[in-house]
Write a protein that binds this ligand. Structure first.
Ligand code: GLN
Length: 202
């Protein structure tokens, strides 16, 4: 992929505008995704933070849940932040009734895990694969990852809890790098999309 990769942002609910700015800064062309057919037009997809129960309900309502699962299974690179991380978990420890996920990462997440102790906070996070200073992690009623399966790689922990995970071309963070002006997480994802572009066959 020599030209800029086209990265979609699942635009059902959440902080899509901040992701758009970060992705553009990291060298991507960005498109909102709200319909199943739009999934076929992107090289990668960001699932923003927001409220995972709302994103789940809207994805089902708009007929997106199954297409999302299919594309992720087929290798579409995805990056989920906060509520987006929850959407990428194969299992939620404490789902609301009827709450579904796309899945794609063999991990169990606990919703609002940090939120009970502290609604919102910032912390320096060392992320494996991100060079230089630690990433400034913005945690907003954030989930943490209780456990990961063998295929998932833990990229970062905070206070003994897993907060960044990668499995193949799927990436998830508990925190919101799109809110900091530091685009290294998005650059990492754009790199994953470029790598996958050479091999993916949808
Ligand atoms: N607590 C929210 C949820 O369960 C996530 C919060 C966020 O994305 N900032 O979806």
């Amino acid at each position: 992929m020599s030209t800029a990769p086209v990265i979609g942002i699942l635009a059902l609910q959440g902080d899509t505008r901040e992701h758009q700015a970060a992705l553009v800064a990291a060298g991507a062309v960005v498109r909102p995704v709200r319909r199943p057919d739009e999934l076929a037009e992107v090289d990668g997809l960001v699932i923003p933070g927001g409220e995972s129960t709302t994103i789940s309900k809207l994805a089902v309502l708009f007929g997106l849940m199954e297409p999302l699962r299919g594309h992720v299974r087929a290798g579409l690179p995805v990056y989920g932040t906060c509520a987006g991380m929850i959407m990428l978990a194969d299992k939620i420890l404490d789902p609301r009734s009827g709450q579904e996920t796309i899945g794609g990462i063999d991990m169990i997440v606990r919703r609002n895990a940090f939120g009970r102790q502290n609604e919102s906070f910032e912390a320096a996070v060392h992320v494996s694969g991100v060079e230089g200073a630690p990433v400034e992690g913005v945690f907003i009623r954030a989930p943490w990852v209780e456990s990961v399966g063998a295929a998932a790689e833990v990229l970062a922990e905070h206070d003994g809890h897993i907060v960044a995970v990668r499995q193949g071309s799927a990436l998830a963070t508990s925190f919101h790098p799109e809110l900091t002006g530091d685009h290294r997480m998005h650059a990492l994802f754009v790199e994953m999309v470029r790598d996958q572009g050479a091999t993916r066959s949808l």
